[in-house]
Design a protein around this ligand. Structure first.
Ligand SMILES: [Zn+2]
Length: 196
């Protein structure tokens, strides 16, 4: 089932999300619905707050990035089929010199900006079977995980922009909250006026 994606301005996107346990209700169908929702919107990641749930759960599938011809074959191969579920994740290390990448977000349609992040991360998490994992990632995979991880910390990529950039996009963000945009996937807008 495709779930509506919560738009910029909804308080759930600003909340630090809570851990979940194995008995979280309807977990398997939640995962299935989140993957379906992400693929339907052509996303490479989706975090639970984006569907209105303030819990520490996000998914990643970087396969669409593998088609980027600017990347090396090694990078393309790493991205192709990289699909993971991250539960109760904690980034324990971030290393290297920050690099810029033009990020977007399913909750903030049509806004793309360069965001600086460190290139290498180490993350502890539970996988979809609630088994403990600890892995290191770099490049675009790390980038997508960092973006989704920020969601469960209540942080959006627009929070990381310079104050000048923030001012420049303020009007567009307000329009997104009000639903004054065209978007080809289901969304829920916090400040949309009810039409009758
Ligand atoms: Zn996002």
């Amino acid at each position: 089932m495709i779930l509506p994606i919560v738009a910029y301005g909804d308080p759930v996107l600003k909340k630090k999300a809570k851990d979940i346990t194995k008995d979280y209700s309807n977990f398997d169908s939640l995962l299935e619905n989140m993957f379906e929702t992400m693929y339907n919107a052509f996303g490479v990641g989706l975090a639970a707050p984006q569907i209105g749930l303030p819990v520490r759960l996000f998914l990643v599938d970087t396969t669409p990035f593998a088609e980027d011809e600017d990347l090396s074959q090694v990078e393309q191969k790493a991205l192709n089929g990289f699909k993971r579920v991250f539960i109760n994740a904690k980034i324990v290390k971030e290393e290297g010199d920050e690099w810029a990448f033009n990020e977007g977000c399913l909750s903030i349609p049509d806004v793309r900006e360069d965001v600086f992040r460190k290139p290498k991360i180490t993350i502890e998490y539970l996988d979809e079977n609630f088994d403990e994992q600890k892995e290191s990632f770099d490049g675009l995979i790390a980038r997508v995980i960092q973006h989704e991880y920020d969601h469960i910390e209540g942080i959006l990529f627009t929070d990381k922009l310079s104050s000048l950039k923030k001012r420049l996009i303020k009007g567009r963000l307000t329009n997104i909250s009000k639903g004054k945009i065209t978007v080809d996937y289901r969304m829920r807008f916090p400040d949309q006026k009810k039409r009758r």
